[in-house]
Design a protein around this ligand. Structure first.
Ligand SMILES: *[C@@H]1O[C@H](CO)[C@@H](O)[C@H](O)[C@H]1NC(C)=O
Ligand SMILES: *[C@@H]1O[C@H](CO)[C@@H](O)[C@H](O)[C@H]1NC(C)=O
Ligand SMILES: *[C@@H]1O[C@H](CO)[C@@H](O)[C@H](O)[C@H]1NC(C)=O
Ligand SMILES: *[C@@H]1O[C@H](CO)[C@@H](O)[C@H](O)[C@H]1NC(C)=O
Ligand SMILES: *[C@@H]1O[C@H](CO)[C@@H](O)[C@H](O)[C@H]1NC(C)=O
Length: 739
């Protein structure tokens, strides 16, 4: 299994670790004593390795990273037997085998009701967003620092001088790279520079300065900007064109970011679904949370499969992707005058009225290749029959536009059942059509002696929105049946943001298109929208905990429709991000580190594995930590999920919650409950009153369901606390896994 950059782009990066002789792998070893100086920690790491290796030199050579800033851990190259020996050793808390992960608008902010002119706090310029990604383009106008003062005094990070990297300024205040797996690749530039475009895109979405007249091929024209144009950006390059994103590098990025003093971490990188104590992003973001830093992560692009959501730890804010009210379409006209429509971004104005068109199947290089030729796979097509033509291809691998033009063809019409809600950029006249349109074209091709067609340059069209992207990963949460995931939805389809000059728009062979801006889709693009919103909330409430910021963002979201999105909360969580309301939530569901420890105990994690998360040498005694009152989920989460048990016909669950007053000192909230059919929901008390700021009030939600009457996979209700000036909404879902 490997991690992904959560961008719906279509190359697969698989890295086989080169091993010499005895099989060795990279391992990350967490120690249980997190105190001590950098030097003391480093020498402990060598000491531990020396017990395994023949000489001190071997020990030193096997050490890849010493993580000493924010926690105590190291990465080393070990054989399986050495790793096993380590796991029993005194002082070693846990061992994780290194794995490689893959990477997972102008209009988007206006669409979600967050216009350029909103109330901003002058503290915004004190907020630093740390981005874990593929690097950054410092020359991009999005990181122009006109009008910025020096970095906030709390900033402890740096921006060393690197080749191929022009350096930082008062907007981009930090940039580092992390790559120590010993496999230098000529495609990688060892500097924080972004050779892929992904990191430039996500950083500018979160915190880009205003750039007027941003566009791509004249499409999506407008002012590009991040959520918090005055906030600062620090880039931690942990993903590489050659190898993806390795756990070891990722951990080093977090270690540095936590130490440097970032306020929010944005990570658009694929998660592995392992135990919360064994997954690097989960472990690293726990350490960040413990230091007051909220991690915002992408939910993944493995939808619409159920249970595909990644980065689902309760201390992470997990972001799904939705569409905005703008799509990109190309008109196709057939020789018989029939006009059809496809999706995608192509910037090519046809030079001729019509081009001959053929189908991939019909121009195979030989009979054996016929089926592959239908998908326009490289080396299966006869160049002499492709030259000068449009070719209709089924969607197999990405890049049939490159294959066709490489053979002298004009362009391609790609037939697909999936990905039709995102616009892919093409390097040739091309568009993507559904199977209905595909069949029409196919019939036409075979109905006439010299079929012809033309594809026009893409145009912007208005579509109805919001809807959750098909590719966006869905719940239920594979990590726990008690926490609803994803948490929230933000725009992640066809997002325009800054791009790198070092990569063509498609990255495909033969592409010569470069642009300062590009349009990308993925939960990768949704994540920085929410990271930016979190920074926005933090600029008004610098002392709020990560859980408080998260709660504010979640309870203020705009509900979405389960009619449009079948999987309802499993697709969109609380609904669509609404930053302007998030700064004044009224009430928050707050949590501290111990709240999460209690939750993990309740989930059955043992004390010693939890200790590895918080870096405590003393074992956590779960039996003494469980909450005194019975609660279904033992967590003060802003949503509630009841997972039904197959055996019982009637299930009753009690959720206990505590809210903190962050609105008017003297205020009263009344509960409004919406219960789905077959489910009874009661709240006690129904009214809560506050007489001062930061006062807390507890309440109990009882959910009773007759599982026979609850036939659907998922039914949705909600609890709303309403005062004269605030609405605090929590979805309540009942999940029936038997369906
Ligand atoms: C933790 O390690 C530091 C040095 O790395 C050492 O000084 C300290 O005594 C250790 N603490 C415990 C409780 O072992
Ligand atoms: C990086 O810098 C080196 C040395 O100056 C240069 O040869 C190389 O072309 C640069 N690479 C890119 C992609 O700019
Ligand atoms: C296929 O695409 C066409 C053109 O966009 C559209 O009118 C039609 O409804 C689509 N058909 C299906 C089954 O989605
Ligand atoms: C829900 O409440 C109603 C009215 O109090 C009651 O008749 C019904 O049996 C309850 N249903 C369940 C599933 O508890
Ligand atoms: C809450 O309910 C009480 C009693 O029904 C009512 O008097 C009060 O106006 C309500 N407050 C709000 C904010 O809706």
């Amino acid at each position: 299994m490997s991690r992904t950059l959560l961008l719906v782009h279509y190359f697969l990066i698989l890295l086989i670790i080169g091993v010499n002789g005895e099989t060795e792998d990279y391992y990350i070893i967490f120690l249980n004593n997190h105190s001590g100086s950098k030097e003391a920690k480093e020498s402990t790491h060598i000491d531990i390795l020396s017990t395994l290796k023949e000489s001190d030199l071997d020990a030193k050579e096997s050490l890849v990273y010493s993580y000493t800033k924010s926690f105590n851990a190291f990465a080393a190259k070990l054989s399986d037997s050495e790793a096993r020996k380590l796991s029993g050793m005194d002082g070693v808390q846990s061992i994780i085998k290194n794995q490689y992960r893959k990477l997972h608008t102008t209009r988007s902010w206006d669409f979600i009701g967050f216009p350029q002119i909103v109330r901003r706090d002058k503290l915004e310029s004190d907020i630093i967003i740390g981005v874990m990604d593929t690097g950054i383009t410092p020359e991009s106008e999005s990181f122009n620092d006109d009008g910025f003062g020096p970095p906030p005094v709390k900033w402890k990070g740096s921006c060393p001088h690197f080749a191929n990297f022009s350096g930082c300024n008062n907007k981009l205040i930090g940039a580092k790279y992390f790559k120590l797996d010993g496999n230098p690749d000529p495609n990688d530039i060892l500097s924080p520079v972004d050779t892929e475009g992904h990191g430039t895109h996500t950083s500018s979405t979160a915190a880009g300065s205003l750039v007027h007249n941003a566009e791509l091929f004249g499409l999506a024209k407008g002012t590009a900007r991040g959520a918090v144009p005055s906030a600062r950006v620090a880039m931690y390059k942990v993903c590489w064109a050659s190898s993806g994103c390795s756990d070891m590098d990722l951990l080093a990025g977090f270690d540095a970011a936590i130490h440097d003093g970032v306020d929010i971490i944005s990570i658009s990188i694929g998660g592995l679904t392992g135990a919360y104590t064994k997954d690097t992003i989960s472990v690293a973001s726990f350490h960040a949370m413990n230091k007051g830093i909220l991690t915002v992560a992408s939910a993944g692009n493995d939808g619409p499969n159920l249970g595909s959501v990644a980065n689902h730890a309760p201390w992470i804010l997990t972001v799904a992707a939705s569409g905005i009210d703008r799509g990109f379409k190309s008109k196709i006209v057939l020789g018989n005058g029939n006009t059809l429509s496809g999706t995608g971004i192509n910037g090519f104005t046809p030079k001729q009225k019509f081009y001959p068109i053929t189908s991939g199947n019909d121009v195979a290089i030989n009979i054996e290749s016929e089926e592959s030729a239908g998908y326009c796979i490289e080396d299966t097509l006869d160049p002499s029959k492709v030259k000068g033509k449009l070719v209709q291809c089924k969607l197999g691998t990405w890049g049939s536009d490159s294959v066709i033009t490489g053979l002298g063809g004009i362009g391609t019409i790609i037939e697909s059942e999936t990905f039709l809600d995102t616009a892919q950029i093409f390097m040739a006249p091309a568009t993507m059509v559904n199977t209905t349109v595909g069949e029409t074209i196919n019939k036409y091709i075979h109905s006439t002696k010299s079929p012809s067609a033309v594809i026009y340059k893409s145009e912007e069209v208005k579509i109805s929105a919001p809807f959750v992207a098909t590719f966006s990963s869905r719940g239920p949460n594979p990590g726990t049946k008690h926490v609803l995931k994803p948490d929230i939805t933000a725009p992640g389809i066809d997002i325009l943001a800054s791009y790198t000059p070092l990569q063509t728009l498609t990255g495909l062979k033969g592409d010569t298109q470069y642009s300062k801006f590009s349009i990308m889709s993925g939960t990768s693009m949704a994540c920085p929208h929410v990271a930016g919103a979190a920074a926005y909330v933090k600029s008004f409430h610098p002392n709020w905990s990560p859980a408080a910021i998260k709660s504010a963002i979640m309870t203020s979201a705009k509900p979405m429709s389960s009619k449009v999105n079948q999987e309802a909360e499993f697709a969109y969580g609380v609904g669509q991000l609404n930053p302007t309301r998030a700064i004044s939530p009224g009430l928050i569901y707050d949590m501290d580190t111990m709240s999460y420890v209690q939750f993990l105990c309740h989930e059955g994690y043992d004390g010693s594995s939890i200790a590895s998360l918080i870096g405590s040498k003393t074992k956590i005694k779960c039996s003494s930590l469980l909450p005194p009152l019975v609660s279904e989920d033992a967590i003060n989460y802003p949503t509630m999920q009841l997972t039904l048990n197959r055996k019982k016909t009637i299930t009753t669950a009690v959720f206990r919650r505590t809210v903190t007053n962050v609105g008017h000192a003297i205020s009263t909230y009344n509960a409004t409950v919406r219960a789905p059919k077959g489910v009874n929901i009661t709240v006690e008390p129904m009214t809560i009153s506050f007489t001062r700021a930061l006062q807390t009030r507890s309440f109990k939600v009882t959910v009773t369901t007759n599982s026979k009457s609850c036939m659907k996979l998922l039914v949705s209700g909600s609890l709303i606390w309403r005062s004269c000036s605030h609405i605090v909404r929590s979805p309540i879902v009942v999940f029936n896994p038997q369906e």
